[in-house]
Design a protein around this ligand. Structure first.
Ligand SMILES: N[C@@H](CCC(=O)N[C@@H](CS)C(=O)NCC(=O)O)C(=O)O
Length: 219
């Protein structure tokens, strides 16, 4: 059983999608970041950077509980635990990890800032920052689009953790000043993954979590 302490944002959804795709049993514990739950001492013990998502695997390495923060690390851990969505073959593995790192280091942070300046800090005094981050977001969308026009998934022929990490950040592009219509390969990939049963399950889960309800899913 995996306990996940999280909310309903893009970074939260990455882990929920992976848990659903791997068929793992889990309990989702709401951490309402709008109300400051991420600063509570018990949460900081497992996530010292005061950010969701965090997990505790009750059956961690060596059979003892193991806690983790950072979504990219969590997906790599769950992939190794289950043998799913991160190839063992060296070339395929490192190809996947390159797209994982691009999401963690670039797509997430830049799309996040583009969203902030496009949707929240909307005043004229932020025009320079808004253009900077939206332009870089557009550049990154073009990188993803080129890749996805050449291969069905980010790491190649098979779906991997790179897709599960990147997909949630491609939701609600308008809030970041982006438009899927300008990036047809991203649009097709986004729809293809969006049709997977895991996404519907996660949408339903997020409704419960947003309402502050703990959700236990036993597979
Ligand atoms: N690099 C982290 C980023 C996590 C992150 O930014 N979480 C946000 C929500 S999406 C958060 O918890 N914010 C609360 C805060 O900063 O106080 C990861 O991928 O896990």
């Amino acid at each position: 059983m995996i306990d996940i302490y999280s909310w309903t944002t893009g970074n939260a959804r990455k882990v929920y999608i992976m848990l659903e795709e791997c068929g793992l049993s889990y309990t989702a514990h709401p951490i309402n970041i709008g109300k400051g739950d991420q600063f509570k001492p018990d949460f900081l013990k497992i996530s010292p950077n005061n950010k969701i998502p965090a997990i505790i695997d009750q059956d961690g390495p060596g059979g003892a509980p193991y806690s983790m923060f950072e979504s990219g690390a969590i997906l790599m851990y769950l992939a190794d635990k289950t043998g799913r969505f991160l190839p063992a073959d060296a070339r395929a593995r490192y190809t996947t990890l390159q797209w994982v790192m691009l999401q963690m280091g670039d797509v997430g942070p830049i799309f996040g800032q583009a969203g902030h300046y496009n949707d929240k800090a909307t005043g004229p005094e932020h025009a320079h920052a808004r253009k900077h981050f939206v332009d870089d977001g557009l550049r990154l969308m073009a990188v993803l689009d080129k890749r996805l026009s050449e291969s069905p998934y980010l790491a190649g022929d098979d779906i991997t953790i790179a897709d599960f990490l990147t997909w949630p950040w491609c939701r609600e592009p308008e809030s970041r000043g982006l438009n899927h219509d300008d990036f047809p390969a991203v649009k097709a990939w986004f729809a293809k993954i969006g049709a997977r049963p895991s996404i519907a399950a996660v949408n339903e889960l997020c409704e419960e979590v947003r309402a502050g309800r703990e959700v236990r899913r036993v597979k």
